[in-house]
Design a protein around this ligand. Structure first.
Ligand SMILES: Cc1cc2nc3c(=O)[nH]c(=O)nc-3n(C[C@H](O)[C@H](O)[C@H](O)COP(=O)(O)OP(=O)(O)OC[C@H]3O[C@@H](n4cnc5c(N)ncnc54)[C@H](O)[C@@H]3O)c2cc1C
Length: 290
């Protein structure tokens, strides 16, 4: 379980240098709510741990080009207290604040949720539906990529050696737009999603949907987008026929596993149910946003 070296740098540059210079396996620690548990059970090891929570600029949420820039060390509890972020991206915050208990919320970050690469990560579908991007830094400089480029399969991500996520970027919201995230778990809380679904919608002033994005978690090795479901909503006011098409497209997009939390048939059916419900919540929120 023990790492040989623990570092808590106070700048991004120092973190990059530490990761580049580390011998053996170096790992970033954000909240530690996945990493420490996986190290304790022997699933992951680390020779060097680089804790990013002491990097002040990664603990901030700020406005950027009309959207938001969220530091990789911000916790779910901090996001939930950011009234502007909640007003603009309620679905993104909803996914984040479903992660764990009050104690976990005080530590857990979206970056850890994303980089841990669980197919059932609750924070990820709404980020993907939002069209969010991440900044990655590393020994070769920095680059920006869409959130969906990070997880490549259960427990695997696309980051190169020495690279880490520094920021999330959420775009500017058009008027009459909003999002929602729903998940189904076997218990009332503190469990892993059987299915998670995020819907992000933009309407015109009359309430007709002009843009949509739908993303499902826990139904494939990585989050899947449902373009046919989004297409079914565009040009409608989310009438019954549009919602039926959305539900069918969501179910068709599933390639789930069969496990103790849900069979393939159950997960496939639930994906449609959640897509329909999340779309209606996003629609009502969007109608209320001038
Ligand atoms: C009791 C409990 C309940 C939980 N409930 C849920 C739940 O309901 N839904 C859910 O989705 N998850 C849940 N989790 C899992 C976990 O809390 C989340 O995945 C959380 O968001 C992880 O964030 P973290 O900051 O703690 O990540 P860490 O544990 O610090 O890191 C996780 C992984 O990502 C890497 N990493 C972290 N930050 C970065 C970065 N900036 N750049 C590159 N790599 C990075 C780490 O090296 C590590 O491999 C739960 C965990 C516990 C212990």
């Amino acid at each position: 379980m023990k790492a040989q070296q623990y570092e808590a740098p106070d700048s991004i540059d120092k973190a990059v240098a530490l990761l580049a210079a580390a011998k053996g396996q170096a790992r970033v620690l954000a909240g530690g709510t996945d990493l420490l548990i996986q190290m304790r059970v022997g699933r992951l090891s680390a020779d060097t741990i680089v804790d990013i929570k002491c990097i002040a600029e990664l603990r901030k949420i700020s406005r950027e080009d009309g959207g938001f820039k969220i530091g990789a060390a911000v916790s779910g509890a901090e996001a939930d207290e950011h009234a502007e972020l909640v007003a603009h991206w309620p679905g993104v915050v909803e996914g984040w604040e479903l992660i764990g208990s009050t104690q976990i919320q005080g530590r857990a970050t979206l970056a850890g949720n994303l980089c841990n690469a669980s197919p059932a990560a609750d924070g990820v579908p709404a980020l993907i539906a939002a069209g969010a991007q991440v900044t990655i830094v590393g020994p070769n400089g920095s680059r920006k990529v869409p959130v969906e480029a990070i997880p490549t399969g259960p427990g695997r991500n696309s980051l190169a050696k020495g690279e880490f996520v520094t920021y999330f970027h959420l775009p500017k919201r058009p008027p009459h737009s909003s999002d929602a995230y729903l998940r189904l778990i076997p218990r009332t809380e503190m469990d892993i999603a059987v299915v998670g679904c995020a819907v992000n919608l933009t309407l015109d002033a009359g309430g007709t949907c002009t843009a949509a994005s739908v993303a499902l978690g826990a139904v494939a090795p990585t989050v899947v987008k449902v373009p046919d479901g989004a297409k079914a909503l565009i040009g409608t006011k989310l009438d019954a026929a549009a919602l039926d098409k959305l539900a069918a497209a969501a179910s068709a997009a599933c390639k789930p596993i069969d496990d103790k939390r849900g069979t393939v048939v159950y997960r496939t059916k639930i994906a449609g149910v959640l897509a329909r419900r999340a779309a209606l919540i996003a629609y009502e929120r969007a109608r209320k946003r001038a």
